[in-house]
Design a protein. Structure first.
Length: 126
């Protein structure tokens, strides 16, 4: 039997997935994860992804509203960083559904997911 807590969690995760469901916002999340934990200033995000300032602001607000990014101010700069705790919640939610309750995917298969290029030990530092 579903509880009110379950319904709230599913609604929250659906909103988080919807926020990341737009291609520019998913690209922003990818970029912020590459800069974790320090994050990036808005200008660097804009330059890297070639998104106009007003559009970028809209996307960052959507991600912030769903608690997928954290923002901190340092002087005149706003630093955005991926909220890895929120991302971990989403992963745990999916993991519980696919790998523990009905074994749709064996847990060992998740570990075997290929690593994205540039994320391994061979990654060069700048």
């Amino acid at each position: 039997m579903k509880t009110h807590q379950d319904t709230q969690s599913v609604t929250r995760y659906a909103d988080m997935f919807a926020a990341m469901g737009a291609e520019p916002r998913l690209r922003i999340m990818q970029l912020l994860l590459t800069a974790h934990p320090q994050g990036l200033i808005v200008g660097d995000i804009q330059e890297e992804l070639e998104i106009p300032a007003s559009t970028l602001s809209h996307h960052l607000d959507k991600l912030k509203n769903e608690e997928l990014v954290n923002v901190r101010r340092e002087g005149t700069f706003l630093w955005y960083a991926a909220n890895t705790e929120a991302l971990q919640e989403i992963i745990n939610f999916l993991y519980a559904e696919c790998c523990t309750r009905n074994k749709a995917i064996e847990p060992s298969e998740l570990v075997a997911i290929r690593q994205a290029p540039g994320c391994g030990p061979e990654r060069k530092s700048k």
